[in-house]
Design a protein around this ligand. Structure first.
Ligand SMILES: Nc1ncnc2c1ncn2[C@@H]1O[C@H](COP(=O)(O)OP(=O)(O)OP(=O)(O)O)[C@@H](O)[C@H]1O
Ligand SMILES: [Mg+2]
Length: 512
């Protein structure tokens, strides 16, 4: 049987039907990708599968005994533990067995009963079968693979940034080796080389998995089937990601044509009914009305709001805008060799190179938000800098996007804010919900909308494509490309910056 059977699943929130009567299966050889636009209901689906939310209707059946590991889109965990301690908890069961074994030996020294030796022997077999003596090697492999060693294994998990925590929890999940992995946007906080490592890991993973991602290159490499969450349906496609997209396009086109045909027919019938309601053809009109009433209406293949962005530009008359000299950045000690570079007017640069928190730290140091060990970073006086940071953190997650923006811009009319949110791809009902209920992509759109309200000539963005669906990424890319000022960008997605940035600054090599 399948590992997971989902049947007749329906789920709706007050304003939106996510899926209706959806069924699909996860088989044991499936390496499944989950795709769909922001707010389609992908994260909600995973919450339903793990039982943390209940569906309106339908059944979710897991195969008995299947162990399931789950990585949330915004993770919280590990209070009061160092990274190393936290990762060891992946093997808590084995450590407990080892403790019991030690106890057996200690007791045997006091009273030499054979049962004690026997029990210790059995435990030994179990420990060996579970590779207990390889635990440290396994932990260090995963840590290096995901770049956790660079954070420092003695760091408290609670002191880590959101991105770092996400990595650490992913590491623990992989170490636990469940039968099924459920990962919600695992690449959001990973650098290129760690994504490669994860790709490789997942390709060799013996169980099955479901991975939500907006990173199409990644999906193409790791999946052998796809489920698409769209227009109230969940449809499974087998084969590679690209072939799924092709099948989906064809389906969409068929649906669009059917919808168009039906719409024309409806208009014709309605017109006929209007004209003939009272006349000699009223019986015919009535029967057409009946036909209309009975007709199962085809939904149009797209009802989503498409995002558009535009960043207002403040004129700047200066050739050099930013000069960074021997800037030495880090927290307890420098993270990198001193960095030197400059940006001239209108120049657009992608930062890449070293791993982990390095790039975000460099940006925060340039902005003067954290102290530096040495060197300088200077913007010209007329520079107006807009900054998009990596974390989705709100002062008050219980208030709506409308209120959040209103608080930041008290002079703006609510109507204007609504229009701006809509332009950023957020529909009217999402503009009124508490922020914490919005999907990752929806929250990111609110952040981008706030940024659009402040004119600037220098935009700094740290991983802005995290959480965004493909269409929204394109809209953002177009806006950054059209921006007349400077852009300093950190991103792990070459597709996002290929073709329009002026330079790629590899900070590791400290040269442009
Ligand atoms: N408790 C809730 N009440 C009302 N609406 C909700 C609630 N939880 C989620 N939603 C809405 O349901 C929709 C689906 O959310 P979900 O997080 O599943 O989207 P997603 O497909 O994961 O999107 P993304 O790609 O942006 O992460 C969103 O429009 C979200 O605002
Ligand atoms: Mg989501």
């Amino acid at each position: 049987m399948s590992v997971l059977e989902v049947e007749h699943l329906s789920m709706a929130f007050a304003d939106k039907q996510l899926y209706e009567d959806a069924s699909f299966r996860l088989n044991k050889e499936d390496h499944m990708g989950i795709i769909g636009q922001n707010g389609a209901g992908k994260s909600t689906l995973i919450k339903l599968l793990t039982g943390s939310e209940l569906p309106d209707e339908g059944t979710i059946k897991w195969q008995n005994k299947a162990t399931v590991g789950y990585l949330d889109q915004y993770v919280k965990a590990g209070a009061g533990q160092t990274i190393e301690q936290f990762l060891h908890t992946a093997f808590a069961y084995l450590f407990k067995l080892a403790d019991r074994q030690a106890q057996c030996y200690a007791q045997y020294a006091l009273e030499p009963k054979d049962e004690l030796l026997e029990e210790a022997g059995k435990i030994q077999e179990k420990l060996e079968a579970a590779d207990f003596y390889e635990v440290d090697t396994k932990i260090s492999q995963v840590m290096t693979g995901l770049g956790i060693d660079q954070i420092g294994t003695n760091k408290q998990v609670s002191e880590c940034s959101g991105g770092q925590r996400s990595k650490i929890i992913l590491a623990k999940l992989l170490l636990e080796e469940p039968d099924v992995l459920l990962l919600d946007e695992p690449t959001n906080y990973l650098d290129t080389e760690h994504i490669e490592w994860l790709t490789n890991y997942l390709n060799n993973f013996e169980g099955c998995f479901m991975v939500i991602s907006h990173d199409f290159d990644f999906l193409e490499k790791i999946t052998n089937c796809i489920i698409d969450v769209a227009f109230g349906k969940i449809i499974k496609y087998t084969g590679s990601f690209r072939s799924a997209v092709k099948q989906k396009e064809i389906k969409k086109e068929v649906q669009r044509k059917a919808y168009e045909k039906q719409r024309q027919q409806i208009e014709k019938d309605e017109d006929y009914i209007r004209r003939n309601k009272a006349g000699t053809r009223s019986t015919m009109a009535k029967s057409r009305q009946k036909r209309l009433d009975k007709m199962e209406r085809i939904t149009p293949p797209s009802d989503n709001l498409q995002a558009h962005f535009g960043f207002p530009y403040v004129n700047l008359m200066s050739s050099e805008v930013l000069t960074v000299q021997n800037l030495s950045v880090g927290y307890k000690s420098p993270l990198l060799a001193p960095v030197t570079f400059s940006m001239s007017h209108g120049e657009k640069i992608v930062l890449k190179g070293f791993n982990g928190a390095g790039k975000s730290t460099l940006i925060k140091s340039i902005l003067g938000q954290i102290p530096v060990f040495g060197g300088t970073a200077k913007f010209v006086d007329a520079a107006k800098v807009s900054y998009f940071d990596q974390d989705l953190v709100w002062d008050d997650p219980n208030i709506s996007p409308l209120q959040t923006i209103q608080n930041q811009f008290p002079k703006l009319e609510p109507k204007t804010i609504r229009q701006r949110l809509a332009r950023a791809g957020l529909n009217a009902s999402n503009a009124m919900k508490p922020m914490k209920l919005l999907s990752g992509g929806e929250q990111t759109k609110v952040k981008l909308c706030a940024l659009e309200l402040v004119p600037s000539n220098f935009i700094i963005m740290d991983e802005p494509t995290n959480h965004l669906d493909d269409e929204t990424k394109h809209a953002l890319r177009d806006a950054l490309q059209a921006f007349q000022g400077n852009v300093l960008l950190v991103t792990h997605e070459p597709d996002f910056y290929d073709g329009w940035v002026d330079k790629i600054f590899d900070v590791a090599a400290a040269r442009i």
